[in-house]
Design a protein around this ligand. Structure first.
Ligand code: SF4
Length: 336
């Protein structure tokens, strides 16, 4: 993992934010692309938010990108462009909590600060045989204390990297690779044979499913209408096709007409269904149904939130993955 070898605090910060909810294997290419586009904190602070979202496109959990840029601006304004060195100052920045702050302070500045990201939580719980649910405040505090105890004086960076990497590559959530684990002799869970029970498995949730309809409104020149989503919330700041969740008892086309009426104030004719794509978010799943529409020229879309793009061409707009899948369906149609 090349970024683990960097000593650049900015790069370490970006990598830790990307790794917050995403696996190392996924993050790699995004990290390289993002750093090529925004090589330092000032370039990120000065960037257009749309460009930041575009560089983050596909990585998900977009609040991370918004917070990263907000934090970059604070770093430039209040810290002269230098990433703060202490957990306290780092944790005051948007998107940085106690664990990410601890990881940045340790890895970038060698602070003897403990870390407790999801991987570290699992490693510490197993090493010390802490069997409770790490999502509860009590168990979490115990794990913080144990994690702090593990930091060898003056070895904060090595400890943080070792614990996090052990969790990412050896002490896996399912089927930990104990046979090749360097800390096996001192692992309480291994001795007790309780690796699979720590941390305790939570019952698999069943995620609700929603049908969502999207209007692919095409102009005569072939370009498609996009709306910018509100800056906060799920997929905030991205661009997407006008859409609506189908309500109980409503037909897909009924939901589509409602979306056109309520969101765009335009009269549009539904031409045909282009296709449907499944997509999973963290707490629910959707099937996104795309309908090609043409406007009858009446009504006015709210101007400042509107963009037009061509299917099959590179675009400056950052789109959610599900919308991009629909776009690919149209591009494929146009090629065939
Ligand atoms: S011995 Fe097994 S359970 Fe213990 S830390 Fe190593 S991989 Fe994890």
């Amino acid at each position: 993992m090349a970024w683990r070898e960097t000593a650049d605090p900015y790069r370490i910060w970006v990598s830790e934010i990307m790794l917050q909810q995403t696996r190392v294997e996924t993050v790699g290419p995004y990290y390289e692309r993002f750093l090529a586009r925004f090589p330092d904190v000032r370039s990120l602070a000065d960037a257009r938010p749309d460009d930041v979202m575009k560089a983050w496109e596909g990585l998900g959990y977009y609040a991370r990108a918004r917070n990263l840029q907000r934090a970059a601006r604070i770093v430039v304004e209040r810290h002269g462009g230098r990433i703060p060195r202490t957990v306290e100052d780092l944790s005051g920045l948007p998107g940085i909590g106690r664990s990410t702050g601890g990881a940045i302070a340790a890895i970038a500045f060698g602070a003897d600060s403990p870390v407790l990201d999801a991987n570290a939580r699992r490693v510490v719980a197993r090493l010390f045989g802490v069997g409770g649910d790490p999502r509860t405040a009590t168990v979490r505090e115990i794990l913080w204390e144990l994690s702090a105890r593990m930091v060898a004086r003056g070895k904060g960076r090595d400890t943080a990297l070792a614990v996090m990497d052990l969790g990412a590559t050896v002490c896996l959530p399912r089927a930990p690779r104990c046979a090749e684990c360097p800390v096996r002799p001192s692992c309480a869970a291994f001795r007790a044979g309780s690796q699979d029970a720590i941390p305790p498995r939570t019952a698999r949730k069943s995620f609700p499913h929603h049908d969502v309809v999207a209007a692919l409104i095409r102009r005569p020149d072939g370009s498609l209408l996009l709306l910018r989503r509100p800056p906060k919330g799920l997929l905030g700041g991205l661009w997407s096709f006008p859409s609506a969740r189908r309500q109980p008892g409503e037909s897909l086309e009924g939901a589509l007409r409602r979306a056109l009426r309520e969101k765009l104030h335009v009269q549009a004719t539904i031409q045909r269904k282009v296709g449907a794509v499944p997509h999973a978010y963290s707490h629910y799943r959707i099937t996104l149904h795309g309908y090609l529409c043409v406007t009858g020229g009446r009504g006015t879309p709210p101007g400042e939130r509107v963009g037009w793009m061509r299917a099959g061409r590179g675009t400056r707009y950052a789109l959610p993955r599900a919308d991009r899948k629909l776009l690919e369906l149209i591009a494929r149609e146009e090629r065939s």
